[in-house]
Ligand binder design. Structure first.
Ligand SMILES: [Zn+2]
Length: 613
């Protein structure tokens, strides 16, 4: 371990361009200038404090005067290099613009430029915080800065280039130092701690780097402090304590409570947060969300993140009017819960479409699918004059016909009811509610859950489902498991246990107590809107039986006629009376050629055949 009295920022000050952190472009440009001897007489380095301006100025000065010749890599051993490194070279004159800002100070400096360098090839003036000079001082400097003697070089550094007069800017080569990327700062901190032989947690370094705000010097100062505070083990707890920050784990729990809509827990958490600066907590929340965004956390969809960010940025206004800190924080969390209630627009449209279309389709009894057949006369009558006005009506029309028609073909093909109305056993109803809530929480997770998880049973507080998830979906499900579990508890009961059974590949694996649903493990699923939609776009394999979609014209006539003919078009309540019925076993129906064709056409993953309410 090196001498520990020296602060890290000074101890690990870069001594050549290779060691400069996060300013590669500038280091490269200056190196090339040195190697090719294309030097300007005045440089201006601007940028955030602690971004490496002064260090770069010193490295550059040293490279200019090395006895081995000018290059981007000064030897470091000649007397000029050694004296420059120790900061006592007589030809490198450092001046602080903040303390020597008057015209007399600049006059002295100008006076010095008249004498040749004592030992080196150049006399170098480094003026730090140059924007602090008075107007008169700038004017006094101007002439010399424009045409200095050939042995004089100026390096000006400032955190605020906008305060410099244009006359200064136009006479210098301007290098803008950017704030140092967090990951580079973290790497540098880790490097230093390894050299110092101090244990650390990576997350703690990240918190330090973030608090340093892109300034390496500030971060190193914080690190110095953290080393002392944590007694040579820099971990998250001590760093957050030291900085007065909230532990990221606590913030994680907080967001869990938000997602679980647990108001009581949030009130408790807010009480804990009273110990912290509320505005800082908001910054921590933002940092946490940013982290979730970059890590593509399934819980935090873009929409959720957007809403949360808005809520947090709105809260900043409340702080500006001196609102009570813990009140603002409670508001934030409750607003976040409210934000979660709003469903995504595409989900709303989807559910709306389902609501609109669902009444069209019926299946009469459990375990049996009744297929309606129509006489050819009715079919052709409907086909002959069924002009359609709007798309919705068009869909209705096609759906209804699909349900009612069997063409008088040699190989009679029954039109099955593919899109079902669910005969909801209470547990299944809850299961659908669960799916809706999962989708509401996270669209992708909901999709994956809907496609791959099949309800089996709910008995004695054990919810059994079958999972046929692929790798990606598995990952998503695993990640969102805590949420799913939470929702299961909310919807079923608190004691509910989840029992997942592995995917079975046999089509007839349905338990006997669930007769109204047929599951196909290859997961062939045709939903109502998709089915009808596609029917419209592509006529079904039996063209005579299906109305051509191009047909336009008044719809009302057909509807009335349909009603007169037995209400086929409004086959919601009285289908059974209206048309002859044919009963099919629920599992057989999937073997029907038309269904097979439909499965093929839609590349369906899952077919659910369910009975009528
Ligand atoms: Zn040297």
């Amino acid at each position: 371990m090196k001498e520990s009295s020296e602060v890290l920022a000074r101890k690990y000050r870069p001594s050549n361009f290779d060691e400069l952190i996060g300013q590669e472009t500038i280091a490269q440009t200056l190196s090339l200038a040195l190697d090719s001897n294309r030097l300007s007489h005045a440089y201006l380095f601007s940028g955030l404090r602690g971004s490496g301006k002064t260090s770069t100025a010193r490295i550059f000065a040293k490279a200019l005067i090395c006895e081995e010749g000018m290059s981007h890599h000064p030897c470091g051993v000649c007397s000029n290099c050694v004296m420059a490194l120790e900061g006592r070279h007589m030809d490198i004159i450092e001046m602080d613009g903040a303390s020597s800002r008057k015209i007399d100070d600049i006059r002295d400096l100008v006076e010095q430029t008249k004498y040749k360098p004592a030992v080196a090839r150049y006399k170098i003036f480094i003026i730090d915080e140059v924007h602090m000079l008075t107007k008169e001082a700038f004017n006094a400097l101007l002439k010399t800065l424009e045409e200095p003697p050939e042995y004089v070089k100026f390096i000006l550094a400032t955190t605020d280039p906008l305060k410099l007069p244009a006359t200064i800017l136009s006479r210098t080569q301007h290098f803008r130092f950017k704030s140092i990327a967090t990951n580079k700062v973290i790497d540098h901190l880790a490097h230093i701690l390894n050299l110092e032989g101090i244990a650390y947690e990576n997350d703690a370094l990240e918190i330090l780097a973030r608090s340093g705000g892109g300034s390496l010097r500030d971060t190193l100062t914080l690190l110095d402090q953290a080393i002392i505070y944590s007694k040579n083990h820099v971990d998250v707890r001590t760093v957050t304590d030291m900085l007065g920050l909230v532990d990221p784990k606590f913030i994680g729990e907080l967001f869990n409570a938000v997602f679980a809509k647990d108001y009581a827990a949030l009130v408790e958490y807010t009480k804990v947060l009273e110990d912290y600066e509320s505005e800082m907590v908001v910054d921590e929340l933002i940092a946490y969300l940013k982290d979730k965004m970059y890590n593509h956390d399934a819980l935090f969809s873009t929409l959720v993140l957007d809403r949360f960010f808005r809520i947090l940025s709105d809260s900043k206004y409340l702080f500006s009017i001196n609102a009570d800190g813990s009140f603002v924080l409670s508001m934030i969390f409750f607003k976040m819960i409210e934000a979660l209630r709003i469903r995504e627009i595409d989900q709303m449209i989807e559910s709306f479409q389902k609501d609109v279309q669902r009444p069209e389709i019926t299946t009469p009894t459990p375990a049996k699918i009744k297929i309606q057949t129509a006489t050819p006369e009715i079919a052709s009558a409907v086909q002959a004059d069924s002009p359609i006005e709007t798309k919705t009506e068009e869909e209705k029309e096609v759906t209804t016909q699909a349900v009612e028609e069997v063409p008088p073909a040699p190989e009679p093909i029954v039109e099955p009811v593919v899109a079902p109305i669910i005969q909801e056993d209470p547990a299944l109803k809850l299961f659908h509610e669960l799916i809706a809530k999962i989708s509401d929480r996270n669209y992708e997770l909901g999709e994956c859950f809907t496609k791959n998880i099949t309800f089996i049973s709910y008995e004695e507080s054990v919810l059994t489902w079958e999972s046929c998830a692929d790798e990606d979906c598995k990952k998503l499900l695993k990640h969102g498991y805590s949420v799913i579990k939470q929702l299961v508890r909310e919807i079923f009961s608190f004691e509910t246990k989840i029992k997942g059974i592995a995917c079975t590949k046999e089509p007839q694996n349905l338990p006997e107590n669930e007769p109204q649903e047929t599951y196909i493990p290859e997961e062939t699923f045709v939903s109502t809107p998709e089915f009808t939609q596609t029917n419209i776009e592509q006529p079904a394999p039996q063209p005579t039986a299906i109305t051509q979609p191009e047909m336009q014209g008044p719809q009302s006539t057909t509807m009335i006629e349909d009603a007169e003919m037995g209400g086929n078009a409004s086959c919601v309540t009285n289908c059974n009376d209206a048309a002859p019925l044919e009963e099919l076993n629920g599992t057989d129906i999937t073997q029907e050629p038309l269904i097979q064709k439909a499965i093929e056409m839609f590349e369906a993953k899952k077919i659910t055949v369910q009975s009528k309410i």
